[in-house]
Design a binder for this molecule. Structure first.
Ligand code: NAD
Length: 278
């Protein structure tokens, strides 16, 4: 068996085109607005923020980037968020993580009002996600669900195995698969007999951050394999799944790059439109 490759780049591009079409012809004052706050000089964060700004502008979303120096105090950051919470032009707010040492990330994330929480990380929105009332969902798992749905596989009753329990990927992905009636198992660094657990998965979501961690012998024949990992190995990007061996076992698989990665920004744009009521 050779799996079909899920083309995240193409699916994300289509979503972005659809949103652009929905916003075209609107005067600037009636467009959704996304504010992105970047504190400090982390090079990877700077790249992500530029990508988000470019995506907003291409789609027709007003982009408000607030770049603050590394030594910004917590109170100053809270005051900035307070202003964005009140701004009528801003429908979504995102603080690029990680924040510099000395700033309490939980406090900052909680300062964004849940109604403008574009990342879906506010504790109220986390609670809404687990109780099935969510308005916005964290962007990477939202993208994962879109990719799984693109296969046409009926999720109800399937075994889903999520590897990784981070707040931004593993846990929300588990909540979303549960909401779709999967039987969900979450594996992590202390899981015993992990390969045996993964072998049960009709759906496998790998969000670990270790190159080629999941090998083909762990994949149930015919599974849907979603590789969230972005790792640099031997000068190139590789996922958490050993692609060649998994390709021979799975029915559907995402590549790295070009799978989950492009979906994250597309989901952020979708969340922004949702918060703006578009
Ligand atoms: P994280 O480091 O916060 O979490 C990793 C998880 O993997 C932890 O829960 C840990 O328990 C688990 N883990 C670590 N070692 C393990 C082991 N040996 N066995 C079993 N589980 C183990 O990472 P994250 O933020 O969730 O990101 C995971 C990966 O996804 C990273 O490679 C990251 O770069 C990537 N990522 C990609 C996107 C995207 O847009 N494509 C978005 C977010 C994260």
């Amino acid at each position: 068996m050779t799996a079909m490759i899920i083309d995240g780049k193409k699916i994300a591009a289509q979503l972005r085109e659809d949103m652009k079409a929905r916003l075209s012809g609107r005067p600037a004052k009636d467009r959704p607005g996304l504010a992105v706050v970047l504190v400090g000089d982390d090079p990877a964060s700077a790249v992500y923020v530029r990508q988000k700004e470019k995506a907003c502008l291409e789609t027709g979303i007003n982009s408000f980037i607030r770049r603050l120096p590394e030594d910004t105090g917590q109170d100053e950051l809270l005051a900035l968020i307070e202003g964005l919470n009140r701004s009528e032009e801003v429908h979504g707010i995102l603080v690029q993580l990680p924040l510099p040492d000395g700033i309490d990330t939980k406090r900052i994330v909680s300062a964004i009002i849940p109604e403008k929480d574009a990342d879906g990380f506010h504790p109220v929105n986390v609670g809404r996600l687990w109780s099935g009332e969510s308005v916005v969902e964290p962007c990477t798992p939202k993208g994962i669900m879109t990719l799984i749905d693109s296969t046409g596989v009926e999720l109800k009753g399937l075994e889903a195995v999520v590897i990784g329990r981070s707040n931004i990927v593993g846990k929300p992905a588990a909540a979303m698969l549960l909401a779709r009636h999967c039987t969900v198992t979450v594996c992590h660094s202390r899981t015993e007999d992990l390969p045996d657990v993964v072998r049960r998965g009709d759906i496998v979501v790998a969000a670990i951050g270790r190159p080629n961690f999941v090998t083909g012998d762990m994949i149930k024949p015919g599974a849907v394999v979603i590789d969230v990992g972005i790792n640099r190995a031997d000068g190139r990007l590789v996922g958490d799944v050993e692609f060649e061996s998994a390709l021979r076992k799975a029915a559907f698989i995402t590549p790295v790059p070009g799978g989950v990665g492009p979906m994250t920004i597309a989901s952020l744009l979708r969340n922004t439109l949702r918060l703006a009521g578009v």
